[in-house]
Design a protein around this ligand. Structure first.
Ligand code: BES
Ligand code: ZN
Length: 888
């Protein structure tokens, strides 16, 4: 049994006690890059607001020197030495005891400490880079959500905002950056002491320090904020694109939020080892290289878009998150959902030809996908321990969060919404806010019952499926909770329903507030609908009805057969917008997975997309095809060949239209589309795509600049090459690995890693998986190689079990670990496998993967149900044969 301590009252608490409140940190850090250690000291101005002789704050993996800990009271005349500093590793807190009560008012707590520059990509860590052929360490911080405590003792919760005055002692030849501009620099032989200006008040998770060798490019905003992009020596030009996006985005947000950027400078920097995609540290935003660097010749259009979106996202946080901060992690979505949504707003303004709001549906659908699980969670989620925070940086906080914001914006109207946001920012600037604070501003501005409406979306998990039927010239609406398991949940929502009928000129909207509602068709829409043919002849006949117009609502729609048939026809006739075409396909796939729509109906509907040309819709069609081939491998292996043939036929037409070579002045979306179509054709086994891909692949082996294989085409070629690799024919694999080793661009490395698993030879798959654990793959990148296809899932699962200890050692303390679990468990489709996974992890339980594990196991059950339902479909074989043999 654990020993009892007199400080037990502070253990197992979700949050720190509030009897001492930090106001200002004067922080000194001295990293030792070669020994991978650091030492530091901190003077914290703390307001003592209750009688106490104890101070409780966060600290983890730090050595605190008890004799360095003292408290000087507000008068400055009395200094108390701490009698004891006890660290509680599990709770990540330090309890400091003084011999007598601390006097009230603002005193100064002083402590010195030491720590390790770890290689876990969190806290104060080291990242490794090459310089002039030599390996070097840089020192980097990553504090969100709760790792500032690994660098210095602090009140490491978002609501304890304070100012920071930082000083670094570093080798004089290195670049040393922090949140604020340098105020003073003193060189002393081989080291220099760099002091930074004091920051405005901010949360600990936004504090940042980077020390290493870097080049930069620089520009400034229209009101003179200096913006820099730092990257590897010699690669500064790759920062230009992100720099341009940043400068324009800062100007845009200043106008949108009606508040200027609040710091005198903004630095953005590429870090070679980085767990997340990017981190919005106030004034010093850190990025993975792939999310910041763009090379005209070596980056794909998708890389470019990623850079723009990530930059716009992190800069949105400078307002939403940094200036106004969530009060507690329960409201994390206020940060992440908003930044995700606002990033699209900025990207749309900067790059109108990207159709970014159509692409936004890929975010929504990922939100719907996760939230269709019983093991999902509400947007506002209870957090009881720091180790639970990592797991909620998920599709619920980001994607559902962004989607419900979009839903609300389209309900209230963009102008009203913007005015409310500006007043929210102004009202809570330099402070903290909760979800309700946002709703009340929106409610005030709009006069609508926003709090009540939105509570149903953020306080309860899940979302509804709205069923629409026409019966006796009545339009009937039913809502029930949609679950991918096919079960009916008992949630109820206030659903902002929109619908168009026959044309987008008629658009109706209302709030569906009850489980069932019905309208007289004629009265409601001024038209009728016959049960017969899909082409109405009568003047008043409405040819189609589409709910959730433009897919701005976060719900699914299930149409009766008659309405569904009419929509299929409207898709074929190109009467519907791309967003609506996307929505109909996506809802149908979800209903099919939940065993509420036969696979044969879904496959037939997909035929209506034969002449589809929209990037996002086609990309979603491709994803749908992959899901179907994966499930069919279990449910109907005898039909797999024909199903693939049908899919190849679907994509041949748009692929032929685009050709392999890009055309002068061709748009961004076509560049991305070409790559995706050719990759899909390669994956489904289209011979001539394979041959051409193989031919072009040869050209890149001697020349990265070959016009035959520009970056947009490489994935297709890499996949094609890997599909032909086997134990007896390893040339393709060896060539790809050679390219991997040759390039120093991380976009290229991840592109290659993402394709290595596309091989159908299991020995090779195993070799690839082992490669992921080798020192040649940075630990940030291993997860990209985990998608190994349905044939490789057994190998991957066995591999995971055998390597679990090693995987835990390397990734066990970060959120990337969840990816290992979901990637290897969720592809299965049988109850037995679900059990096996449960048993394996029963002895290896860990709170930081608990949610992911449950979700992955639920997916296995969902797959198993889906397989059963497909096996019971009597029509399927005939439908597939019919579709596959049809010539167009
Ligand atoms: N605040 C996050 C970074 C983060 C993620 C910190 C997880 C701690 C845990 C950052 O703003 C972010 O959301 N980054 C995204 C990229 C974005 C474009 C969706 C990421 O890291 O993927
Ligand atoms: Zn974010």
């Amino acid at each position: 049994m654990a020993e009892k301590s007199k400080y037990d009252q502070f253990k197992g608490q979700a949050r720190l006690p509030k009897f001492a409140v930090p106001k200002r940190y004067d922080l000194n850090l001295k990293p030792d890059l070669s020994a991978c250690k650091f030492s530091g000291s901190v003077h914290i101005s703390v307001d003592i607001v209750a009688d106490t002789n104890l101070i409780v704050l966060n600290a983890a993996d730090l050595l605190i020197h008890t004799n360095s800990v003292s408290f000087k009271d507000h008068s400055g005349s009395k200094v108390l030495q701490a009698v004891e500093v006890e660290l509680f590793a599990e709770d990540e807190i330090a309890v400091v005891e003084f011999p007598e009560s601390l006097s009230r008012g603002v005193g100064v707590l002083t402590m010195s400490f030491e720590g390790t520059l770890n290689d876990k990509m969190k806290g104060f860590y080291r990242s490794v880079y090459q310089h002039e052929g030599e390996k070097k360490n840089m020192a980097v911080t990553q504090f969100e959500p709760a790792d500032a405590r690994r660098c210095f003792p602090c009140w490491d919760e978002p609501a304890f905002k304070a100012t920071f005055k930082i000083t670094l002692e570093v080798p004089s030849e290195l670049v040393a950056l922090s949140n604020m501009p340098v105020s003073k620099e003193r060189v002393n032989g081989h080291t220099k002491t760099v002091s930074y200006q004091e920051s405005p008040i901010m949360s600990t998770y936004l504090v940042a320090v980077v020390v290493g060798l870097f080049d930069y490019v620089e520009d400034h905003t229209s009101d003179g904020v200096k913006v820099r992009v730092y990257c590897q020596i010699g690669k500064a030009s790759e920062g230009r694109f992100a720099l341009n996006v940043a400068v324009k985005t800062l100007d845009l947000y200043k106008e949108y939020f009606a508040v200027p950027y609040s710091l005198p400078k903004l630095d953005m920097i590429a870090i070679p080892d980085f767990a997340a995609g990017a981190m919005e540290n106030y004034g010093l935003v850190t990025y993975r290289e792939t999310a910041l660097l763009y090379d005209e010749k070596q980056s794909a259009a998708s890389n470019k878009q990623r850079v723009a979106i990530v930059v716009a996202h992190e800069l949105a946080h400078q307002w939403f998150g940094n200036l106004v901060t969530m009060e507690w992690w329960t409201h994390l979505w206020l940060n992440e959902g908003f930044a995700t949504w606002v990033a699209h707003l900025a990207a749309h303004s900067l790059f109108p030809d990207w159709n970014i709001w159509t692409q936004f549906l890929e975010e929504s659908t990922e939100g719907l996908r996760l939230d269709g699980l019983a093991e999902s969670h509400p947007i506002e989620v209870e957090i009881n321990h720091a180790c639970e925070i990592d797991e909620i940086f998920d599709a619920i906080s980001y994607r559902k969060g962004a989607s419900v914001i979009r839903m609300l914006q389209s309900y209230l109207g963009p102008e009203c919404f913007q005015r409310a946001l500006a007043s929210y920012i102004k009202k809570h600037a330099c402070s903290n806010a909760k979800t309700e604070d946002l709703w009340s501003v929106l409610e005030e501005e709009s006069g609508e019952p926003v709090t009540k409406l939105m509570a149903s979306w953020t306080k309860q998990q899940g979302y509804p499926v709205v069923s629409v039927t026409v019966k006796d010239q009545k339009l009937e609406f039913d809502q029930s909770q949609f679950l991918l398991s096919g079960a009916k949940g008992d949630g109820q929502w206030i659903v902002p329903i929109t619908l168009s009928c026959g044309s987008y000129d008629t658009c109706k909207n209302f709030l569906l507030q009850s489980p069932h509602e019905s309208f007289d068709l004629k009265e409601f829409l001024g038209c009728s609908i016959s049960c017969g043919s899909s082409e109405g002849t009568g003047k008043e006949e409405c040819s189609w009805i589409k709910l959730n117009v433009d897919q701005t609502g976060f719900y699914r729609v299930k149409y009766d057969d008659n309405l569904a048939r009419r929509l299929g026809y409207a898709i074929e006739k190109k009467h519907l917008s791309a967003t609506d075409r996307f929505g109909i396909l996506d809802d149908s796939l979800a209903l099919c997975m939940a065993c509420q729509l036969p696979l044969s109906s879904l496959l037939t509907l997909m035929g209506a997309y034969r002449e589809e040309d929209d990037y996002t819709v086609l990309s979603n069609l491709i994803n749908t095809c992959h899901k179907i081939t994966r499930i069919a491998a279990d449910a109907a292996p005898e039909l797999l060949h024909d199903i693939k043939q049908y899919f190849i036929d679907l994509f041949k037409y748009p692929a032929e239209k685009l050709g392999w070579d890009s055309k002068e002045g061709e748009g961004h979306l076509n560049c991305m589309l070409r790559g995706e179509l050719l990759t899909a054709l390669a994956q489904f086994g289209h011979d001539s795509t394979h041959n051409e891909a193989t031919r072009r692949f040869q050209a890149i082996l001697g020349d990265w600049n070959t016009p035959l294989l520009p970056p947009d085409l490489r994935k297709a070629a890499y996949v094609a090459i890997m599909r032909n690799v086997s134990t007896t024919n390893r040339t393709g694999l060896e060539s790809l690995l050679r390219l991997y080793r040759e390039t120093d661009r991380s976009q290229e490395k991840t592109r290659i890693l993402g394709c290595l698993g596309s091989c159908s030879d299991n020995d090779v798959v195993l070799e690839v998986l082992n490669f992921l654990l080798s020192p040649e793959v940075r630990s940030q990148d291993a997860v990209f190689g985990l998608s190994v296809g349905i044939k490789g899932r057994e190998i991957a699962w066995t591999w995971l079990k055998e390597n679990w200890d090693h995987i835990m050692k390397t990734w066990g303390s970060g959120f990337l670990l969840t990816r290992f679990v979901s990637a290897t468990v969720s592809p299965f489709a049988s109850i037995e496998k679900a059990k096996e996974a449960e048993e394996f992890f029963a002895k290896r339980a860990k709170p930081s993967i608990a949610r992911t594990l449950k979700q992955s196991i639920e997916r296995v059950h969902i797959n198993a149900n889906w397989v059963q339902s497909i096996k019971n479909e009597t029509q399927l074989s005939e439908t597939v044969k019919g579709l596959a043999s049809r010539k167009y």
